[in-house]
Write a protein that binds this ligand. Sequence first.
Ligand SMILES: [Fe+2]
Length: 402
Amino acid sequence: MPFYQRLGDVPRKRHVQFRDNGTLLTEEVMGLEGFSGNESILYHLISPCRVEKLGDFEPIERKEWVPDEHRPLHLKTWDVDSGGDALSGRQLLMWNDDVEISLCRPTETMDGFFRNGEGDEVIFVHEGSGTIESIFGELPYTPGDYVVVPRGTTYRFAPDDGEQRYVVFESPGLIEIPRRYRNEYGQLLEHAPYYHRDIHPPTELDTHRERGEFHVKVRVRGGYQTYVLDYHPFDVVGWDGYVYPWTFSIHDFEPITGRIHMPPPSHQTFQGRNFVICSFCPRKLDFDPQAIPIPYHHSNLNSEEMIYYVDGNFASRKAIEIGSVTLHPSGIPHGPAPGLAEKSIGMTETHELAVMCDTFHPLRLTKLAQKLDDGKYWHSWFEDPAPVGTADEDPAGVTSHF
Ligand SMILES: [Fe+2]
């Protein structure tokens, strides 16, 4: 999606004969929005339609939790159960018709392949490194990466040894670079907080010429359909176009700061259908002598604000810790903890790292959210102001957005 890429061998022109050892290759146009959106053209050794057997269809079942009260939530996710692989290990936390947000701490390697047939994905890698293996080639990932996987991409995670911890966003709509960051030709503008050099497409194309039995699980129509193939799905000898998986590191997001407080859209990283994903990164704080370097209280009347805390010292905000998720639901105001506005004055920088997802329609919660809920965050604005902090406390306290 970000810009034109090409990997492996492709013919001189599209839609002409292209052979491998004399055998005509199968050309596949993988495109968005009919034939009007971005597309890539892939050249397969074998037809991607060739299916030996139909496996099971597993419907997606969500266990919803409807809290008894409407209130802000604090979910402690750090100790959420680990297990499964990068697909089966996804544990849905909250969702609506536009986006699903899951936690994932996989301990196993995928023995099959996955394709999201009806949604784009952004996988934020909190811990762990490895490689996404895909029909578009190999895509290395490290902590702090957003892995952007467009619908239709057959892939699997090949994690390195060690802990893996992800936050997964899946959307039936497109997940894109914000339109206002791009000019009419698609190039990222000078005011954008990242540039094309920060976007990493697949590095190598490893064409598999392998017969056998391969299971590809495809998310379609509210469930997962497994297809059994008699050849390896990574049989692409070359591709080009605008559709492919890519990574962008949160550490390459260039924060935008101002003399007085900058609003949340300055942190926007991706746009989705009725939601945004933002990155709160270490940065200098507002520098006017009269500035209050943390946000004003605000009523997010028609959006829900979910924040995942990645790193930093959150001592200024009681109980918030790495892996915490706060959800400020629509319809009621929220803001910094008591006393924090006063305490923040004169502070010059923040070291917090957080990922936020704001949705324009209410989020529904799962039983997992109920299990992780601390049950008392809503009362934190009623409590005594935080004591004057020590020098090593992070002055902004839990992102400069609340
Ligand atoms: Fe907020």
